[in-house]
Write a protein that binds this ligand. Structure first.
Ligand SMILES: [Fe+2]
Length: 202
């Protein structure tokens, strides 16, 4: 149950970054509750070997460099670089025609905390998505509320609203069950998401 140093340092830096950037009051409440739940560590997994997907090899380094240009994200990015070699990057298991044709080979999700994550638990999910340029993630929804911390250029959409670009360090809140999606432009998209969950799939 004891977290490794790289893991705990990343969580500490992520809390600071979410606290700095989440402005929506619902997001702030959610994030503060979520990180207080994380004060109790969950099961640390070491049975799944770390795995990178092709999109990671091609775009992760440049996406992290780009994110670190924002001074308030620098510390978290540096901690993420230490943690990343442990992450099992995965493809999303389901998607529909709302995704772009290139979606499958052009995205990767890393579950840091959450079901199947480095810290395996159901109450809190903290993960990261990387997408190559010109990729649209499928519409999806889930009962848990969710706060995004965006670390790149790229656009996001909620329900039937217009696409919007939070920018590096931008944050927004998804109410429980709202349909949402993201798409990259000419640069890779990198975003962290934090959910207070009941165990449903992301
Ligand atoms: Fe989501």
């Amino acid at each position: 149950m004891i977290r490794g140093d790289a893991f705990q340092s990343f969580l500490d830096a992520a809390l600071v970054a979410f606290d700095r950037h989440a402005t929506d009051i619902r997001a702030r409440n959610s994030v503060m509750q979520l990180f207080s739940q994380l004060e109790t560590p969950g099961v640390q997994r070491d049975d799944a070997p770390p795995k990178r997907l092709p999109v990671c090899e091609r775009f992760l380094a440049s996406a992290l460099e780009n994110a670190a240009t924002k001074p308030s994200l620098e510390r978290m990015i540096s901690c993420f670089r230490e943690l990343e070699p442990l992450i099992v990057w995965r493809w999303r298991s389901s998607y529909d025609s709302s995704a772009s044709d290139n979606f499958l080979m052009s995205h990767a999700n890393g579950m840091i905390v959450g079901p199947g994550g480095l810290e395996d638990r159901k109450d809190v999910w903290l993960g990261v998505t990387l997408m190559a340029p010109h990729v649209r993630y499928p519409d999806h929804d889930h009962p848990p509320e969710e706060t995004y911390l965006v670390m790149s250029e790229g656009e996001f959409k909620q329900a039937e609203g217009e696409w919007f670009a939070p920018g590096i360090g931008g944050s927004f809140y998804n109410t429980p069950g709202i349909k949402h999606a993201m798409r990259s432009g000419s640069k890779p998209l990198l975003a962290l998401w934090a959910l207070r969950a009941d165990g449903q799939s992301h």
